[in-house]
Write a protein that binds this ligand. Structure first.
Ligand code: UD1
Ligand code: UDP
Length: 434
């Protein structure tokens, strides 16, 4: 059994790290393929050090470029590596260009693809990430989804529940493991001469930082938030456009805003856990904030992490100056709102996601499911239909009794539910495929 991990950017290194550790612990053969999309020391190498990962076996060295050129170079490089290494499964994580290139290269070579954090949807195709995760899911064989809600997104796209594993998110594993280490080894608070009252900010999403008006509106809000110190590790993309739009020095001069270079993971966990709240447009930080019980304001108009909003830990404020300042003020001044946001339940699991993912991979391997072969039988109809069930019967019992049918979705009144084997179908409508 051999696993190829594809990584390319800061969040992929962080979120793959617990799974790499788990694979290492169980003595399974693996290779690390870095696309080189993130290459600055503080965007890449620092995380290998913090997370004690081995150096990548391959670095494709794509660097920065347009989406088309970057993805094409990755696709070519990954294909070469996979052709010579012949892994049993390729694992991709999240929604970056590496995910698209890795999943596509593997699928065309008939190598099984496991997508960690599959099924997330913002339903906004102007986001490059939405295209990447949707296209990757077309190529995916094993879908490791963080929540039941994400699983249902995939069921509506016709994915079989047999290929979906609801595992939680490895971000929780990474947070739990590394916060303990960070508390002992990070000196970021004293280095930056910080005490309690801080707010941490990150900003890098293309639709915010490449858009002059949106960026201006966000900055106006930040300049108005003077009740606490804002710590702002600035992503290189954002440095570039802040300078290009002539906004960098205005922000730099604000006495309550500390602009710093991106920090390592251990330092960032300490900043987050000392923050009264996070303001961010990051995907991973929406998840980390709820994991660390820190209220989060998200500078976006939609999110592929709606669970954090429904749980009450995250509020979408877009790039609307008034909405941002009003919500910051409410969170800081209304103890009840602050308490509710802090106590929002974490939808992303118990920190054992990487174990669950690896168990599922090994199970699939042992059952021969990672061998992607062309069909040897003439295909009969592939169809779906709606059925109303009046019998007192569970999902598993129904499927045993009707081996032709596989249940895709269960509707309880109008609400779609995941077809867990033990749920009762009496009085419900189901979608079956046959
Ligand atoms: C990428 C991902 C995004 C993810 C983010 C994590 C895609 C389409 N985007 O966005 O989903 O949330 O990573 O941080 O895959 N740069 C440097 N040094 C670096 C890396 C980038 O200076 O090490 C600068 C370059 O000017 C580059 C710009 O940042 O053009 C953007 O980098 P890029 O990797 O294209 O996208 P991200 O915004 O980092
Ligand atoms: N992060 C970090 N240092 C920083 C900013 C962020 O270590 O200066 C970590 C953060 O803890 C989270 C991840 O980077 O785990 C999020 O990455 P990013 O926001 O770049 O990407 P996204 O999650 O939006 O794809």
């Amino acid at each position: 059994m051999k696993i190829a991990f594809i990584i390319g950017t800061r969040p992929e290194i962080i979120k793959m790290s617990p799974l790499i550790d788990e694979v290492d612990k169980r003595g399974i053969d693996y290779i690390l393929v870095h696309t080189g999309q993130h290459y600055d020391h503080e965007m890449s190498q620092q995380f290998f050090l913090d997370l004690e990962l081995k150096e990548p076996d391959y670095n494709i060295g794509v660097g920065s470029d347009s989406h088309g050129k970057q993805t094409a170079t990755m696709l070519k490089g990954i294909e070469e590596v996979l052709t010579s290494e012949k892994p049993d499964i390729v694992l991709v994580q999240g929604d970056t260009n590496a995910v698209l290139a890795g999943a596509l290269a593997a699928a065309k070579l008939h190598i099984a693809v496991g997508h960690v954090e599959a099924g997330l949807r913002s339903y906004d195709k102007t986001m490059p990430e939405e295209i990447n995760r949707m296209a990757a899911d077309v190529c995916t064989n094993l879908f490791f989804v963080p929540t039941e809600e994400t699983a249902i997104n995939l069921l509506f796209e016709g994915i079989s529940p047999k290929d979906i594993f609801i595992t939680g998110n490895t971000v929780v594993d990474a947070c739990y493991r590394n916060l303990k280490i960070a508390k002992k080894s990070s000196h970021i608070m004293s280095k930056l001469e910080l005490e309690g009252n801080i707010l941490s900010l990150t900003l890098h999403r293309a639709e915010n930082v490449d858009d002059r008006e949106r960026l201006e509106n966000i900055i106006e809000a930040l300049l108005n938030i003077e009740d606490l110190t804002i710590i702002f590790p600035v992503h290189p993309r954002t440095v570039k456009t802040l300078k290009q739009f002539g906004m960098y020095s205005k922000l730099k001069k604000a006495p309550h805003i500390k602009m710093i270079k991106p920090v390592g993971y251990l330092d960032f966990l300490i900043l987050e856990s000392h923050s009264k709240m996070m303001i961010t447009d990051s995907g991973g930080i929406q998840e980390e904030a709820i994991t660390l019980n820190v209220p989060c304001l998200t500078l976006r108009y939609n999110t592929e992490r709606p669970e954090t909003v429904q749980a009450g830990g995250n509020i979408l404020v877009g790039s609307d100056t008034k909405k941002i300042t009003k919500n910051v003020s409410q969170i800081l001044n209304d103890h009840e709102i602050y308490r509710k946001m802090r106590e929002a339940p974490n939808p992303y699991g118990d920190g054992k996601t990487s174990e669950k993912i690896l168990d599922a991979i090994l199970d699939s391997y042992n059952q021969g499911k990672l061998e992607i072969k062309p069909p040897e039988e003439i295909a009969t109809d592939h169809s779906k239909k709606l059925l109303r069930v009046d019998e007192d019967i569970t999902v598993a019992e129904f499927e045993n009794k009707n081996p032709r049918y596989m249940i895709n979705l269960v509707f309880d009144d109008n609400t779609p539910n995941y077809p867990h084997p033990n749920i009762s179908l009496k009085g419900k409508t189901i979608i079956v495929s046959y």
